[in-house]
Design a protein. Sequence first.
Length: 212
Amino acid sequence: MKDTYRFLAKIYDPLTRIVFFGRLKKAKNTYLNRIQPHHKVLIVGGGTGDELVNLLERNPDQKIDYLETSAAMTTIALDRSGNFNGLNVRFLSEKAGIDGKYDVIITSFFLDLFRDEELIKEAKSLYEELRVSGSWIFTDFQLNHNNKFWQKPLVWLMYMFFRCTTGLKTQKLPNFNRLFEELNLDRNSTLSYYGGLIVSSIYEKKSDILRT
């Protein structure tokens, strides 16, 4: 499979720091302190490894499955996490390697890659991998009537940039509110950053039965 992020991987972190003044990384780390040492964690779309490194700094023995389809991104994550000797970390390139139920699932700036019709299918497959009473830590962009005038054009520019650099087909943010309404997840806490454009939320799974 072609690695569409191979040219972008090395500049991704510096670029996001410049555009978002470090808010992306701060948002991704918002709820990681809720994760306990005994928890089994799945990081989906792990990118260059921000959450991975943060968790290993807290607990080098944390059991983590890191799922990232980009080999270039995974290489950077491996280099960054190498000092922690995470013996319980598995680096996966496809969902077929996912193994069993997880106490925590993390999706940071991953679900925005999908169009609405694709998003529900993707999210439901992840939902099935989460234990009852498990936590889903969701961090992404959001647009609503409270957004500042410059935020919608910025999101449009981001999608155009990724379309040109990675071939991304999605052209707008999915309806995340509708997504989590359809899943049997209760939101426990939410924090927003960058004038409300970035949101991080933690949800709890109440049942294996979907609401719809």
